[in-house]
Design a protein around this ligand. Structure first.
Ligand SMILES: Cc1cc2nc3c(=O)[nH]c(=O)nc-3n(C[C@H](O)[C@H](O)[C@H](O)COP(=O)(O)OP(=O)(O)OC[C@H]3O[C@@H](n4cnc5c(N)ncnc54)[C@H](O)[C@@H]3O)c2cc1C
Length: 456
């Protein structure tokens, strides 16, 4: 890599240009998943869209790989690569809310924490991730599943338009009336088509929710899972939440002698009228005895950061994912076999409901194709000690193999591992060919290939 070219880049950008000689390099090259240890050539911490354009042009002209990073949560570590140019958007966190139109414009590197705080001030929210440190960028571009999905659709369904820097360095608007093909593709197609420097979202009136986690004994897990499967089919769309396999962390609401025990938990989020919350959750209180719970009214952003401490940066991650149409008894049996073996307090398995409003969007209306899946399952192996990686990965793979015969071929791209590239095509089903066409138009040389890649 020519030093003069890097010097020119450094002069061009308003943010930081970091190379291996800089003291900031070691910290700047790190991503959220500590299993990923790469040494990029240059890390550009962009201050705005102009910096993104400069970094894209630099990478293309220098024929270097490009890794794009927002919240840095990519489990396969797509936000970095050896010898690559990293376009780091983490300084681009601004979120502006227009309460008059119930919309928000957020810069491409914002986290859900920053986003939710800004919108909450106006009593508004949109579908986002369940951990506040996740980036809006990667999450929205892959689809976006969260507590509000049943009511308001996926995060990408709430996207009104976006500003995208394409591989040739142009700054384009993608929306219903501008570059419609690009707009279609970025709603589910991931980071394949360019760097999104800002996202415009539709917001909805959500201020306080009624919810939180409830812990059930393993012996009641089958009953709770079967109940959840039936209940969620026709539950009011204000009802969100998911069951999870979870080792009890040492939290005050859990009896001390149960810390470290494994439970089937249900995390509920009632986003309807607060006074109806208790009644909305009653069926879960009646299905089996609740060992411990932390349920009640709370600000929406509080639930969306409640589990942050379980997943700090620096853990080892290996994940797998499936879409599920019917959570059959056989599928539940597979969960009952592997769920109780969840290896660490950080690890978990979530079965997110994606019916309701998600189903009302046609499968070809956006790139996100699985509009008939009822659930998105993630098997998330996360723990601090690299020495345990082998066992952890084996648990994730065994769990996945056991549930795969009862699941769809595809899974949610954002929950998939780096070794799932061969599943990209099935994940997009009938939309895949159209995605390839859009890729050929906007990124014919596959500059943006460090992702679940759609090859031109
Ligand atoms: C702890 C944790 C919790 C999660 N919870 C949820 C959840 O509740 N719901 C859910 O749907 N998913 C969830 N995910 C998965 C999440 O959607 C993906 O990991 C996603 O890629 C994270 O986005 P990011 O911006 O933080 O990641 P990054 O690593 O920064 O980005 C991942 C990839 O997305 C693309 N990308 C990111 N930003 C941009 C941009 N502005 N322009 C162009 N491309 C971009 C790039 O290809 C990049 O390599 C979670 C992940 C983790 C680790």
């Amino acid at each position: 890599m020519a030093t003069t070219a890097v010097g020119q880049l450094r002069e061009q950008v308003r943010g930081e240009t970091i190379t291996a000689e800089d003291p900031a390099y070691e910290e700047a090259r790190r991503v959220y998943n500590a299993m990923i240890d790469r040494r990029p050539s240059v890390i550009v911490r962009c201050a705005g869209a102009d910096d993104v354009v400069a970094a894209v042009n630099f990478a293309r002209e220098s024929q270097l790989d490009v890794a794009v990073r927002g919240g840095s949560h990519s489990v396969p570590g797509f936000g970095t690569a050896d010898d690559a140019v990293v376009i780091d958007l983490s300084r681009m966190q601004a979120v502006e809310v227009d309460p008059g139109t119930s919309t928000a414009r957020a810069q491409g590197g914002a986290t859900w924490g920053a986003f939710n705080d800004a919108t909450h001030a106006h009593g508004l929210a949109t579908t986002g991730g369940i951990i506040s440190t996740t980036g809006i960028g990667g999450l929205t571009l892959g689809g976006g599943i969260g507590y509000l999905s049943r009511g308001f659709g996926l995060s990408c369904d709430n996207l009104l338009s976006a500003e995208v820097v394409t591989a040739d360095g142009r700054v384009l608007t993608a929306g219903e009336h501008a570059n419609e093909d690009l707009f279609w593709a970025i709603r589910g197609g991931g980071g394949n088509f360019g760097v999104v420097t800002s996202f415009d979202y539709q917001l909805h009136p959500v201020r306080e929710i009624y919810g939180g986690p409830m812990l059930f004994e393993l012996r009641d897990a089958a009953t709770v899972l079967r109940f959840y499967r039936d209940f969620i089919r026709d539950a009011p769309e204000e009802f969100g939440g998911f069951p999870a396999w979870q080792i009890a962390p040492p939290l005050p609401f859990i009896p001390e002698d149960r810390h470290g025990d494994t439970f089937l938990i249900f995390v509920a989020c009632w986003a309807g009228p607060l006074e109806d919350g208790e009644a909305a959750l009653k069926p879960f209180h009646e299905v089996a005895p609740v060992v411990a719970e932390h349920v009640g009214p709370m600000p929406y952003p509080a639930l969306n950061s409640a589990f942050d401490d379980l997943v700090p940066p620096g853990l080892q991650h290996y994940w797998k994912a499936n879409f599920v149409k019917e959570l059959t008894d056989e599928a539940i049996d597979a969960h009952l076999e592997y769920g109780p073996k969840v290896p660490a307090v950080n690890s978990t398995v979530h079965i997110y409901p994606i019916n309701g409003a998600c189903h009302r969007v046609a499968p070809d209306a956006t790139a996100f194709a699985y509009r008939d899946a009822t659930f998105a399952t993630v098997i998330a192996g996360m723990l601090p000690d690299p020495a345990e990686n082998e066992d952890n990965i084996a648990w994730v793979r065994d769990f996945y193999e056991a549930t795969a015969p009862h699941s769809e071929e595809g899974g949610y791209v954002n929950f998939m591992a780096g070794d799932d590239q061969e599943r990209v095509k099935v994940n997009y089903r009938e939309n895949y060919d159209r995605l390839v066409d859009v890729k050929r138009k906007y990124d014919p040389d596959n500059l943006f290939h460090l992702n679940q890649n759609i090859r031109p």
